[in-house]
Design a protein around this ligand. Structure first.
Ligand SMILES: [Fe+2]
Ligand SMILES: [Fe+2]
Length: 154
């Protein structure tokens, strides 16, 4: 029998932006990491919109590091908890990392456009909804504490 999932609710990022109601997957630590990525995307949107080349590069660098850390956390959890579709998910992470690296290269060559942040945001939302959501039930059944988050312990 499937585990009960939290009802969709409005999700707000640290900077106050409202995200799609289905953005949260119900594991607090991973949801917090996704929101931090969104907060970086909001900063990226502002920097690109104002044509702040140096800031755009710096935020893309930060986004790349945060994304790699987040993907490593998910991949470790999937492997430790024997999630069956781990390699499909890891391959998707690799595709997204390559895409982000290409954006960083374009930004260094001053080729970024206003739709850059929107494009990255779309892949983040799509990945969370189509891929991350798939491991939630497996993680919860394996004993992951859905409410455990360093932000809550602080
Ligand atoms: Fe994720
Ligand atoms: Fe993922």
């Amino acid at each position: 029998m499937p585990l009960p999932q939290p009802a969709p609710r409005d999700v707000t990022t640290p900077s106050g932006k409202t995200l799609p109601a289905n953005f949260e997957i119900g594991i607090a630590e991973l949801d917090a990491q996704h929101k931090r990525l969104h907060a970086l995307l909001e900063r990226l949107r502002v920097a690109v919109g104002k044509h702040y080349g140096y800031a755009t590069n710096a935020i893309l660098d930060e986004l790349s590091i945060e994304t790699r850390i987040h993907f490593a956390v998910e991949e470790s959890l999937m492997r430790m908890l024997s999630f069956p579709d781990v390699e499909t998910h890891v391959a998707e992470h690799l595709t997204l990392r390559d895409q982000l690296d290409r954006f960083r290269k374009r930004a260094q060559d001053h080729e970024v456009t206003d739709d850059l942040a929107a494009f990255i945001e779309e892949w983040l939302n799509d990945h969370v909804d189509r891929f991350d959501r798939e491991f939630v039930e497996h993680f919860l059944r394996a004993g992951v504490d859905s409410g455990s988050s360093p932000q809550k312990q602080a």
